[in-house]
Design a protein around this ligand. Structure first.
Ligand code: WT7
Length: 635
């Protein structure tokens, strides 16, 4: 049997698979997993305990290397098939096309470089690169030798990078002189140098030449990528890994200051990303698939690198931004590479929809078969624009709900196979036992219901722990509703069982598709010497989905609030990254608090959203008068 035999092509096949997966999860996933290449077969698919100290193991005891499944396996049968079509920032620069054979060779060469550096199984390697082919190569090279990659999005600041390197104790950093992003360049090496001042664990920094801008150089630490790989062999025996060995760490924001290093393991992650990729996007062997994400996010890991490569797909990777040189860039690329599946985020769709539709209609998009959305709830307007202008009402849209923690898509329609419904992620994938509970954890058993989303049974790609902090893993994901996985989202369900995600129920705000914890932003603001306390909340924004508003209390009143606000925004940009800068900063004399001293963010959210008449009962507050004051300030 091959993975292709598990492709679901009709609604009945989907239903059948869902029933089988619930009835006998072990057998269901074992059969799928057995279509991959194992050095030693696993004996039992699943072992888990979601009570006490949560643990989940899939295919434990089975031995494999994920890169063999993603590369060598395809090189054996179709070496010249394109794995990667890389579209550079400048539209007139030539795309880089890598066949499976070429990609394997590049991966092995770089892997040999890492080995020469003494990197071995279990070592952590931080990758801080722009969206260039070398990013994919570096990721896979780590996996080849069993090193654990930790990719940090190249838009993050020096201190965010440093915090991630420190947390996982990376010994190697892979970066570039700079990054191109539209008409800007980002001085990555400078930022990395800054970060490394506080990262003693790093003993080598490998620097890719991309922008050719001058950089500072430390002979002891730095080595150019091209020198690093010079003269190395292009074959490298894959490290044999247990299915439950760590493949990578990827950080996501949490509701306390420290980012959470989500740990994903080899076997289950491979099986689930491949299976979900093939089924959600209905990928056929000659298709060209394009996901516009950055590999710095989980979407990039699962659906630009591992999932597509595991099924032998051809993927487009794009270095630039949708607006450069013009707002037609996405559609120009779709036309140029005859893209069949296109996967992007609602924030991009909303930004594109603000510009004349001629940007879309001037391009031949007739190759498109599937449109995808990920990252946040897609509002009806954006959904309709996507459907009408890009899909010409002919192309199925998959609204895919998942998280860094889930590793793969959990709720989505299967393109053109199961029904779609605007603004609904629709049905759980086979093996995903989604449910709703009320805030006390009581199951909501009516067909139609609204509540908090939980997943009641393990799936292969769930993150196994938070790096170095299993206790926090338990607290965040398994303590709210014992025995169930708590993703932190609210949802409603219609009579047909379709789920619509209504948004976060914790203190995470999604701005332009970026998952931002409000706590770290508050911590950053509070570090300003003039600030006593602050609260950050999200409010609806036309393009970004949500924008941030910071309420700030000062020690002393200031007559130069403009300077102060500028400094606060700067500070956030430096400690977290430009994406976390609040759109609005409001200086207030107090914050609405409960009698136990907890800031009432719900009220602050309503105020920021200009829903002044929906504040609810504020009489129980410690300081109801402050609400009036803020109202006045805002009007
Ligand atoms: C949070 C996870 C999954 C990769 C990108 C984000 C929100 C994600 C959807 C969707 C409604 C969505 C959720 C989730 N989210 N996809 N299709 N509909 N909400 O990964 O940074 O880990 O964020 O993004 O709130 O919990 P992430």
């Amino acid at each position: 049997m091959t993975l292709e035999d598990f492709k679901l092509r009709t609604p009945e096949q989907y239903k059948e698979a869902q029933q089988q997966a619930i009835k006998n999860p072990d057998l269901f996933w074992a059969e799928i997993a057995n279509t991959f290449e194992w050095k030693t077969p696993f004996e039992k698919a699943l072992q888990y305990n979601w009570n006490d100290t949560p643990s989940t193991e899939w295919f434990a005891g089975g031995k494999l290397n994920i890169t063999e499944n993603c590369l060598d396996r395809h090189v054996a049968t179709q070496p010249d098939k394109l794995a990667l079509i890389w579209e550079p920032n400048e539209p007139h620069d030539t795309p880089v096309k890598l066949t499976y054979k070429e990609l394997l060779e590049a991966v092995c060469t770089f892997a040999n470089g890492l080995k020469n550096q003494g990197v071995s199984k279990g070592d952590r390697v931080c990758i801080y690169l722009p969206m260039v082919p070398e990013l994919t190569i570096a990721v896979l090279a780590c996996a080849r030798i069993g090193a654990i990659h930790s990719v940090v999005f190249a838009g993050f600041s020096a201190s965010a990078l440093a915090a991630r390197i420190q947390d996982s104790g990376c010994s190697i950093l892979i970066t570039a002189d700079g990054a191109f992003r539209g008409n800007k360049t980002v001085p990555l090496k400078d930022i990395a140098d800054d970060a490394l001042k506080t990262c003693e664990s790093v003993r080598k920094s490998i620097v890719l030449q991309r922008t050719f801008e001058p950089i500072s150089w430390n002979n002891k630490l730095d080595v150019w990528w091209h020198d690093f790989v010079d003269g190395l062999s292009s074959s490298c025996t894959p490290e044999i890994m247990d299915a439950e060995d760590v493949l990578f760490i990827l950080y996501t924001s949490g509701s306390t200051g420290k980012p959470k290093g989500m740990v994903h393991t080899c076997g289950g992650y491979m099986v689930y990303t491949a299976y979900s990729f093939m089924n959600v996007f209905q990928y056929e062997q000659d298709d060209v698939y394009w996901c516009t994400a950055d590999i710095g996010w989980i979407t990039g890991h699962s659906y630009m690198v591992y999932g597509p490569l595991a099924v032998g797909a051809t993927s487009v990777h794009f270095e630039g931004v949708p607006s450069y040189p013009k707002w037609n860039r996405f559609w120009e690329i779709c036309e140029k590479h005859k893209v069949n599946q296109f996967y992007t985020a609602p924030t991009a769709i909303r930004a594109l929809a603000k510009h004349p539709s001629s940007h879309v209609t001037n391009h031949d998009l007739s190759a498109l078969k599937v449109l995808g959305s990920v990252g946040e709830p897609i509002n009806e307007e954006a959904w309709n624009w996507y459907d009408t202008h890009v899909g010409k009402n002919q192309v199925p849209i998959v609204d895919t709900w998942w998280q860094t923690e889930t590793g793969g898509i959990l709720i989505s329609s299967l393109a053109g196979v199961t029904p779609q419904k605007p603004t609904y992620a629709t049905l759980p994938l086979p093996g995903i036992q989604a449910a709703l509970v009320d805030d006390k954890g009581n199951p909501l058993t009516d067909k139609e219901a609204e509540g908090i989303l939980t997943i009641n049974f393990p799936w292969p790609s769930i993150a196994r722990t938070i790096w170095g902090d299993h206790k926090r893993y338990q607290e965040v994901y398994f303590s709210a509703f014992p025995g169930r996985y708590f993703p932190g989202d609210g949802a409603l369900r219609d009579a047909d069982g379709n789920y619509r995600i209504t948004g976060r129920v914790d203190d995470v705000v999604i701005v332009s598709g970026h998952n931002l914890g409000t706590a770290p932003i508050e911590n950053s603001i509070n570090e300003h010497p003039e600030v006593v306390e602050s609260a950050v909340v999200g409010y609806p924004h036309d393009i970004k989905g949500n924008a941030l508003m910071a309420y700030v209390i000062l020690y002393n009143t200031t007559d130069d609030s403009e300077r102060l606000i500028k400094e606060i925004r700067e500070q956030i940009s430096n400690t977290i990254g430009p994406i976390a800068k609040p759109d609005r900063v409001l200086i207030v004399s107090g914050l609405p608090k409960t009698r136990s001293g907890k800031i009432m963010r719900r009220i602050l959210r309503k105020l920021a959203s200009n829903e002044m008449d929906q504040l609810g009962d504020i009489s129980t507050l410690l300081n109801p008068e402050i609400v009036e004051e803020i109202k006045k300030e805002l009007s």
